[in-house]
Design a protein around this ligand. Structure first.
Ligand SMILES: [Zn+2]
Length: 328
């Protein structure tokens, strides 16, 4: 656990790894596990600002440094959107809100109770990560005051100084997931709904994307439907938490929509194996190596093992949780 005094010092000396994008959008590396793994986004418009996803408690000093670097007063931040309450996206929300006096936290109604009283969220995350690793990754979750929470409704439009930001409920990765559609600029902020795509795996063919089937609410049909719903907005760019801006969205959407049923069926095929985890892990790794090779990566096995091993692990756990739900 990090005492407050140390947190403060960290805040004072923290730096922010920023990437500027068009339309007043900046990616801030949340420094989760490794650089290039997770990005929070800041939208600036008309002197106001909003965050989309925030990272963990340990990300907060970097987010504060980003505001300083961008010359945004903390009081000018009007919204903190959290696409869903998985801790790599929302774990730092309670701490961040303490330094944003005017911001409201926008969260799906099924996710809101878990940020107001994080006990269940902590317990569920400890099941996935183990208690020790959980503490290292996420620290002490601070509850969010209920009066600062704005629960999302599907197709609701909020405005940031006149810039319309529409919320679409997008189950499939998590039941309580929404995405933000930047209507005027045709940008999407997709959390984990539009998969993962690390910039280290970009090739001349563009971004290489894979779906996330993380525990505990993966649903293949819902996830495909949510991707179709996002694509129906005719987006030009998507901002993923893992990792930031991708374009060429129709090709990536097609690939995600092909992979989702493939992952579900390989899980079903290996459900009765002696060690389903080992077989599902090996099959997913083989599928991604094949796809990465076709995408033009020079050493697809090395890239998959370097950048996607953690995701294969989480996806395998999520597929096993999905198999168990099917049986009930
Ligand atoms: Zn997630």
């Amino acid at each position: 656990m990090v005492p407050d005094s140390i947190r403060f010092m960290t805040a004072h000396f923290a730096t922010a790894r920023l990437t500027r994008h068009p339309d007043g959008i900046t990616a801030v590396d949340t420094e989760y596990i490794r650089p290039g793994l997770a990005a929070a986004h800041i939208i600036q418009h008309g002197g106001a600002a909003a965050f989309v996803d925030v990272g963990t408690n340990y990300s907060v000093p970097h987010l504060r440094a980003a505001l300083q670097e961008l010359r945004i007063e903390p009081a000018a931040v009007e919204y903190v959107f959290v696409t869903h309450v998985h801790l790599d996206h929302a774990g730092g929300a309670g701490l961040l809100l303490q330094s944003l006096p005017n911001a409201r936290l926008v969260v799906h109604p099924r996710g809101a109770p878990h940020l107001i009283d994080p006990a269940k969220l902590i317990a569920a995350s400890q099941v996935v990560y183990g208690e020790e690793r959980y503490r290292e990754l996420y620290g002490e979750l601070l509850p969010v005051d209920a009066s600062r929470v704005l629960t999302s409704t599907d197709e609701q439009t909020l405005t940031l100084r006149g810039r319309p930001l529409q919320l679409l409920h997008t189950p499939g990765h998590a039941l309580h997931h929404y995405c933000v559609v930047d209507l005027a600029h045709r940008n999407l902020f997709t959390g984990d709904t539009f998969g993962l795509s690390y910039r280290e795996m970009d090739t001349a063919q563009g971004a290489f994307g894979v779906p996330t089937t993380t525990p505990t609410q993966f649903d293949p049909e819902q996830l495909v439907a949510s991707i179709e719903r996002l694509m129906a907005t005719d987006p030009k760019a998507a901002y993923l938490m893992h990792y930031s801006r991708v374009t060429g969205l129709p090709a990536m959407a097609a690939s995600l929509k092909a992979q989702i049923p493939q992952l579900a069926s390989l899980a079903l095929r290996h459900a009765a194996d002696a060690d389903p985890y080992a077989s599902i892990y090996a099959q997913m790794r083989a599928l991604w190596i094949e796809l990465a090779g076709r995408h033009g990566l020079a050493d697809p096995a090395a890239s998959v093992d370097e950048y996607l091993a953690k995701d294969i692990d989480l996806n395998t756990q999520g597929l096993i949780a999905w198999l168990q739900r099917q049986r009930r």
